[in-house]
Design a protein around this ligand. Structure first.
Ligand code: SF4
Length: 494
């Protein structure tokens, strides 16, 4: 299954954030600030396709442009040219809290007693309801249902008694972090720079990088710094990753460089960090690096582990294009069964606004995938998918393969069964809609028309993820598996 397809109703990511600032003494006409942010947002387009926005600043004025739709539709050349300044942040949105309307587009901008701020948020606050009541009770109005607006208002609060009126943004961010534990990765633009903040559980990803420009004799100079949900957005603007922002860390990007401000611990000291393991399974782009390892390699390792746990007798291993391809390759390497493609994908399906007739809609996947018939007629296929959520996308694919002449189809899923909802920013269907809560693997195989079906175990997924981790400081961080195990990293309010 490819969750990044349009019209996919499986799992959806919650948003992507990006920030960029030019170094001192850099020629801003050559630097292309808004263009860099535009490219950065394009690079993380898979994290949200409903709306996009950019806010830039020159230390005094701010410039903003937002709109509904894909990044390339929202920004025209004249919009990019009109956005001045030496720093800015951007956001791609997929709505988890608050509807898909222009009013909810980010970054949110508010004027405060300490000048304006703009905020871009990825994640979802598990205690949003009580915080909302708290904010409203303090006579502050809210114009949307979005928890990201809530964060923006909380940041603009007066500092507590005893702190000077002009207490700095760092103090306000810490106040926010003590009130809102999970989950958020934030890019916050102020008059003087950009703050990058990751919640104390490290549930959503965030990393920093530097923009390099070649100078004489093959040497490189740093001309600016970037902040992003994923490092895959860096190469398009000549940037390279420096490091992941740590769980609970506040970093500050100014025209002089990136500085670490501090690390805020979770409220309960015994709570482990909980980076979303599904970022590895399929939210992130395969060329992104988290915790020192490339997502593609982790997916390959999941496939290898799956072959150890659930080898099938078959003639070839294949993939549901394209997100399951690395796992299928890994499965093939370990099982010794050759990797052969059995489906080709029509990249333009989903881009049309013409709705098919009922007969054509029933053919469904037949429009998305074409069978590479000559590769598999009469053969036994291991078909690797990256996940099964409702179970309604894999059965039409199996039907296509069988009708085209496959002798057997054995489904292998490179992640464990999804059984629980996510309250931390990923839109997972309710428990009643998750097929793994009702059907065992054998029953599910029958239901989808496969000869057999097996999932990767939770331990197998953990070991695939842990194998290549090289963190900034050699610390091992924990991973959230709540949608698989039902063990949530934080106490839920309900
Ligand atoms: S519940 Fe699942 S999707 Fe949500 S943060 Fe945890 S691992 Fe990620």
């Amino acid at each position: 299954m490819d969750m990044h397809e349009e019209n996919s109703y499986a799992l959806q990511d919650s948003c992507g954030v990006f920030g960029c600032i030019a170094a001192e003494n850099v020629d801003l006409t050559d630097f292309g600030l808004a263009n860099n942010i535009f490219l950065g947002l394009l690079g993380i387009q898979h994290r949200g396709q409903e709306s996009a926005g950019i806010v830039t600043g020159d230390g005094d004025l701010i410039y903003q442009h937002k709109g509904m739709g894909l990044v390339s539709n929202v920004f025209k050349e004249e919009d990019i040219k009109s956005m001045k300044g030496f720093m800015g942040i951007g956001h791609n949105r997929y709505s988890t809290m608050g509807s898909s309307k222009l009013v909810n587009c980010q970054p949110f901008v508010v004027d405060t007693a300490q000048n304006w701020i703009a905020v871009a948020h990825n994640g979802e606050l598990v205690n949003a309801d009580s915080l909302r009541q708290k904010v409203l009770a303090s006579n502050v109005g809210l114009s949307t249902k979005s928890d990201s607006e809530l964060i923006t208002q909380l940041l603009s609060r007066r500092p507590p008694c005893g702190e000077p009126e002009g207490a700095n943004w760092r103090a306000r961010i810490k106040m926010l972090m003590n009130d809102t534990q999970c989950s958020y990765a934030l890019a916050i633009l102020t008059k003087d720079g950009i703050f990058g903040v990751r919640d104390p559980y490290g549930n959503r990803p965030l990393c920093v990088g530097k923009i390099l420009r070649s100078i004489e004799h093959g040497a490189m100079e740093c001309v600016g710094w970037v902040l992003s949900s994923e490092s895959c957005s860096f190469p398009s603007m000549g940037a390279e990753k420096m490091y992941d922002v740590e769980p609970g860390e506040i970093v500050h990007l100014t025209r002089k460089g990136v500085s670490h401000l501090e690390i805020v611990q979770p409220l309960r000291a015994e709570d482990p960090s909980a980076f979303c393991i599904f970022e590895y399974v399929y939210f992130a782009r395969a060329d992104t690096f988290f915790e020192g390892q490339m997502v593609y390699n982790v997916r390959e390792e999941c496939g290898r582990q799956l072959a150890v746990e659930a080898r099938a007798d078959a003639d070839l291993v294949s993939t549901v294009p394209e997100s399951a391809t690395p796992a299928a390759m890994g499965y093939a390497q370990t099982s010794g069964i050759p990797y052969v493609e059995v489906l080709t994908r029509n990249r333009y399906v989903g881009r049309t606004f013409i709705q098919p007739s009922t007969r054509l809609r029933k053919l469904g996947v037949g429009r998305k995938f074409g069978p590479l018939t000559a590769n598999f007629v009469g053969k036994r296929i291991v078909l690797v998918d990256d996940s099964i959520v409702r179970g309604n996308t894999i059965s039409p694919i199996i039907k296509v393969l069988r009708e085209a002449g496959a002798a057997e189809v054995h489904v292998r899923v490179a992640s464990p069964p999804v059984k629980f909802p996510c309250y931390m920013g990923i839109n997972i269907p309710t428990k009643e809609e998750l097929i793994a809560n009702f059907l065992s693997p054998d029953e599910l195989a029958k239901h989808v028309g496969a000869d057999s079906l097996a999932y990767l175990s939770i331990e197998g997924l953990h070991s695939a993820v842990r194998k290549g981790i090289r963190s900034n400081n050699n610390k091992q961080y924990g991973h959230c598996t709540a949608c698989l195990s039902g063990k949530y990293p934080v106490e839920l309010e309900w």
